[in-house]
Design a protein around this ligand. Structure first.
Ligand code: SAH
Ligand code: SF4
Length: 354
């Protein structure tokens, strides 16, 4: 009986593993770069386009490999110019990526998981837990799809792992995706233009600093352990002192800073005394601070602070010479703001008011 060969996704390989695979079929290693550059530089989706490969090799590859892409289900544009892309995965799950225009830059916020298992109390993405991890190709393909849609290879200038999911809880896939995104034969982003945000998975933060060179953002969200324990269950495993020690250990190239994100929630963590404590905590670090006024969603008990409280909190930090920016979240009107991405919204394709 003839065996049907199952085709593999060319985008699931690393440079190394593609070399090994080709080697097993007697194909020389210099083909790796050629093939990957067709895929990631030229945006090829078929081997027949790869005109500098022999006809026989093209045929051989087409029979055994395919080049995956995400299915774009919906694109919504916000009043502020940000765009939310809804992608359908091969198993019918949905993920979102958000493209944010800002001072000549286009930052793409990518997802690393469907849902999230960290259970932060203020976050809609995590409300229903983790559905599944994304594969490396599903992460990279968010960038490819947006680039394809915009029609220019340089259209996306920065990438942040701040979409759905906790990237360090899907460590191997995220690192492989980062290698493809920053690789010379990959999407060629400088590591300076890629950053990853974590709720504070301390052991993986150490690994990350060793394995790749990208920017680090930490969702701190509270300046004392009691408050952080209540908001972010992961703090019970890795409390603030451990988290900040990991930040101090993180190998940061000269002049790079760690970005600390702080979601401001009325009556929970927004008092001037919280700001003072935060300033003290971050003193030993090369830190800048993003203040994100809480984005409300249906069914949440939390509220966004009044404008006066937000500005007063920021002033405490500015007075202590921190760079502290208030993130007026983009895309609130299309449910694309921080913490508003969620599988459930994806599944009915609807955005809620932010
Ligand atoms: N899991 C990672 C990456 C997701 S980033 C992390 O938590 O860092 C998502 C960011 O949005 C985090 O900084 C989180 O603190 C913030 N966030 C979550 N829910 C929010 C909400 N409702 N309003 C404002 N910011 C929120
Ligand atoms: Fe997960 Fe981050 Fe949301 Fe926490 S804030 S539930 S870690 S996505």
């Amino acid at each position: 009986m003839p065996t049907m060969s199952i085709q593999q996704d060319a985008k699931s390989f690393t440079e190394e593993s593609l070399g090994e695979w080709l080697g097993q079929h007697g194909i020389p290693n210099y083909r790796v770069g050629q093939i990957l550059r067709w895929i990631y530089h030229q945006g090829a989706y078929s081997f027949s386009e790869m005109t500098d490969l022999s006809k026989d090799l093209r045929k051989f590859l087409s029979e055994r490999l395919f080049i995956s892409r995400l299915e774009t289900e919906q694109v919504q544009t916000s009043r502020d110019g940000s765009r939310k892309y809804l992608f359908r995965l091969k198993d019918g799950q949905y993920i979102q990526s958000v493209l944010i225009p800002e001072r000549g830059r286009w930052t793409l916020c990518v997802s690393s998981q469907v849902g999230c298992g960290m259970g932060c109390k203020f976050c809609l993405t995590g409300r229903d837990g983790l559905v599944r991890n994304l594969e490396p190709s599903e992460i990279v393909n968010q960038v490819c799809a947006v680039r394809d849609a915009l029609g220019e290879p340089d259209s996306v200038t920065n990438i942040v792992f701040m979409g759905m999911g906790e990237p360090l809880a899907n460590y191997n896939s995220v690192v492989q995706a980062i290698q493809t995104i920053t690789g010379n034969n990959g999407l060629q982003f400088s590591g300076r233009r890629v950053s990853l945000s974590t709720a504070g998975l301390v052991p993986r933060m150490d690994d990350l600093g060793r394995d790749v060179r990208v920017g680090l953002a930490v969702s701190l969200n509270a300046a004392d352990n009691d408050t952080r324990n209540r908001l972010m269950p992961i703090n019970r495993t890795y409390p603030i002192e451990m988290l900040l020690s990991a930040c101090r250990r993180f190998s940061l190239p000269p002049r790079w800073m760690i970005m600390f994100e702080y979601v401001l929630i009325a009556g929970v963590n927004d008092a001037p005394t919280d700001a003072e404590r935060l300033a003290k905590l971050l003193r030993p670090l090369r830190a800048k601070i993003n203040l994100i006024p809480f984005n409300p969603y249906e069914g949440t008990e939390f509220r966004r602070p009044e404008e006066g409280a937000i500005l007063a909190f920021q002033k405490v930090l500015l007075d202590r010479h921190y760079t502290a920016v208030i993130r007026r979240s983009k895309g609130g009107d299309i449910g694309a703001a921080c913490g508003q991405l969620c599988p459930e919204i994806c599944n009915n394709g609807q955005a809620r008011e932010g």
